[in-house]
Design a protein around this ligand. Structure first.
Ligand code: SF4
Length: 234
């Protein structure tokens, strides 16, 4: 964990490092080199850092939202222990963004999250692909790992853990309609109402995204898509 920022009614804690290398990723260079954000924060340091923001009273009293974003939150079993400790310090709404790779590798991780009662963290799981070939192209990961986020979804459902889903599935240069339809079909095959939990997005070219898309395009000989830069405050 590293730098924090405030936006709207929430405070975001930035997570360093990731186990994937998505070409549409907006995270900064700490994704590849987590040491850039060292020294990393303990849960106590996160709680302390909230004092920097006007909203910290609301966060600590449980009426504001704390969000973990940037890189990947779940990189090892210690990530789950970290969240457990953070939960004991900050009992209010906590949103945790993840690619679902680790959570889909072992049901126990999800069980441990769901057991953080009365307020387990809310998981926002980002789906990258439906098929091995597309997963490999977008994330740089081994194709067979495409199944892990879907396993994570099954575990979350069975554990009755709170979660929703998102996918950058509305930009054909990143995900064509056939891949998108397969993704929706995979969700429907797990549990039909899951389709209603999926928030579909268009590609946004943040500076880091543009850099990575360009590198990917140069490697594959395709053109970088164009779209306006966002106003990002976190
Ligand atoms: S999973 Fe998220 S943080 Fe990791 S590389 Fe992909 S977009 Fe970036």
């Amino acid at each position: 964990m590293g730098v924090a920022g405030a936006c709207g009614g929430s405070v975001t804690v930035y997570v360093a490092g990731c186990n994937l290398r998505c070409i549409d990723c907006w995270a900064d260079s700490s994704r590849e080199d987590p040491v850039l954000l060292a020294p990393w924060w303990t849960p106590e340091r996160v709680a302390q850092a909230l004092g920097r923001f006007d909203r910290h009273d609301r966060i600590l009293k449980g009426t504001g939202i704390l969000r973990l974003s940037g890189g990947e939150t779940f990189l090892s079993a210690s990530s789950v222990r970290f969240l457990g400790r953070l939960r004991s310090l900050i009992p209010g709404p906590l949103v945790v963004e993840t690619n679902g790779i680790l959570l889909g590798s072992d049901r126990q991780f999800v069980s441990d999250l769901a057991a953080m009662k009365p307020n387990p963290p809310f998981i926002r799981l980002s789906l990258k692909a439906a098929t091995p070939a597309h997963f490999q192209r977008i994330t740089g990961g081994a194709g067979h790992a495409v199944d892990l986020p879907f396993s994570a979804i099954s575990f979350l459902l069975r554990a009755e853990a709170p979660f929703d889903l998102e996918a950058v599935s509305l930009s054909p240069e990143l995900m064509d309609s056939e891949e998108r339809d397969l993704l929706v079909a995979r969700l429907r095959s797990i549990h039909p109402p899951l389709v209603d939990r999926l928030k579909e997005e268009k590609l946004t070219l943040y500076p880091s995204t543009r850099r990575r898309m360009k590198a990917s395009s140069q490697a594959s000989g395709t053109r970088v898509p164009t779209c306006p830069l966002p106003n990002r405050t976190t």
